[in-house]
Design a protein around this ligand. Structure first.
Ligand code: HEC
Ligand code: HEC
Length: 211
C-alpha cells in the first residue's frame, strides 16, 4: 500500500503545484480552484453528529468517510443531491452543498486518518475472506480484491476504499445494490445480484476487519 499511497501523494503534490502555477488562468477559464480544506472542515460540522468528528462514524449504520477517495465522495454527494442515489437523509444534506462545498469537504475527509474495525464471526469471516480474495469462480463472481485492492484501500478515483467499514453499513449497501435500491453502479449491481444473504454478511464482516 505504500506504493499506492506515494502515488497518490505525488499526484496531490503535482496537482497543487499546477494549481498554484495556473491559478490566474484558471480563474479566467472557469476551471475550479484548489479545494479549500478549512472550508471543508467547517462544512463537516453539519455532518459530524452522524459521521463522527473525524469522519470515523461510531454508529454502525452510518458509513465511515475518513480517508475515502475524494472523487468517490464527490460522486456520492452529487448523486444524493440529484436523487440518483436514493436516501432521504443524505439527499437533504447534500442539497445544502454546492459543487465547491462537495469538493472541499471531500478533500478534507481524505486527509483524516482511518480507524480500523474488526471482524466478529470467525466462521463467517473465513467465507468472507475467500469471496473477497478469490470471488466464487463457478458462479462468475469476481474477486472484490481485483477492484477494491487486497487491503481494501481501493484504487483512487476508480474504486472506493472499503477497509474497516462497519459491517452493518456494508451489508446494507450490498443488499441495496442487489435489490436495486442503490442504483448508481452497474458494476456493483451485477456483483451483488449473485450474492446470497450469508455471503453478503460474510464478506461484510471480513471487510470490517480488513486493513
Ligand atoms: C442524520 C445523519 C446524517 C447526517 C447529518 C449526514 N449523513 Fe451522510 N450518511 C448518513 C447515512 C445513514 C448514510 C448512508 C446512506 C445510504 O444508506 O445510502 C450516509 C452516507 C453518506 C455518504 C456516502 C458514503 C459512502 O461510502 O458511499 C457520504 C459521502 C456522506 N454521507 C457525506 C455526508 C456529509 C458531507 C454530510 C454533511 C454535509 C453528511 N453526510 C451528513 C447519515 C448522515
Ligand atoms: C469490477 C470492479 C468491482 C468489483 C470486482 C467489485 N466492486 Fe465494489 N465497487 C465498484 C465500484 C466502481 C464502486 C463504486 C460505486 C459508486 O460509484 O457508487 C463499488 C462500490 C462498492 C461498495 C459501496 C461502498 C460504500 O462506501 O458505499 C461496496 C460495499 C462494495 N463495492 C463491495 C464489493 C464487494 C463485497 C465485492 C466483491 C464481492 C466488490 N465490491 C467487487 C467496483 C467493483
Amino acid at each position: 500500500m505504500k506504493h499506492f499511497a506515494s502515488l497518490l501523494f505525488v499526484g496531490v503534490v503535482s496537482l497543487s503545484t499546477l494549481n498554484h502555477a495556473f491559478a490566474g488562468e484558471e480563474a479566467k477559464a472557469g476551471v475550479p480552484a484548489k479545494p479549500d480544506l478549512a472550508k471543508g472542515q467547517a462544512s463537516f460540522t453539519a455532518c459530524a453528529a452522524c459521521h463522527g468528528a473525524d469522519g470515523n462514524s461510531a454508529i454502525t449504520t452510518n458509513p465511515k468517510l475518513a480517508h475515502q477517495h475524494p472523487e468517490y465522495l464527490v460522486k456520492q454527494l452529487q448523486e444524493f443531491k440529484s436523487g440518483k442515489r436514493a436516501n432521504a437523509v443524505m439527499s437533504g444534506m447534500a442539497a445544502t452543498l454546492s459543487e465547491d462545498d462537495m469538493r472541499n469537504v471531500a478533500a478534507w475527509l481524505t486527509t483524516q486518518a482511518p480507524k480500523n474495525g474488526f471482524a466478529k464471526d470467525k466462521e463467517l469471516v473465513a467465507l468472507g475472506e475467500r469471496i473477497y480474495k478469490g470471488g466464487i469462480a463457478d458462479r462468475q463472481i469476481a474477486a472484490c480484491a481485483g477492484c477494491h485492492s487486497p487491503t481494501g484501500a481501493g484504487i483512487p478515483s476508480q474504486y472506493p476504499r472499503l477497509s474497516g467499514q462497519h459491517q452493518d453499513y456494508t451489508t446494507a449497501q450490498l443488499t441495496a445494490f442487489r435489490g436495486g435500491v442503490r442504483n448508481n453502479s452497474t458494476q456493483m449491481t451485477m456483483i451483488a445480484a449473485k450474492l446470497n444473504d450469508k455471503e453478503i454478511q460474510a464478506v461484510s464482516d471480513y471487510i470490517a476487519g480488513l486493513h
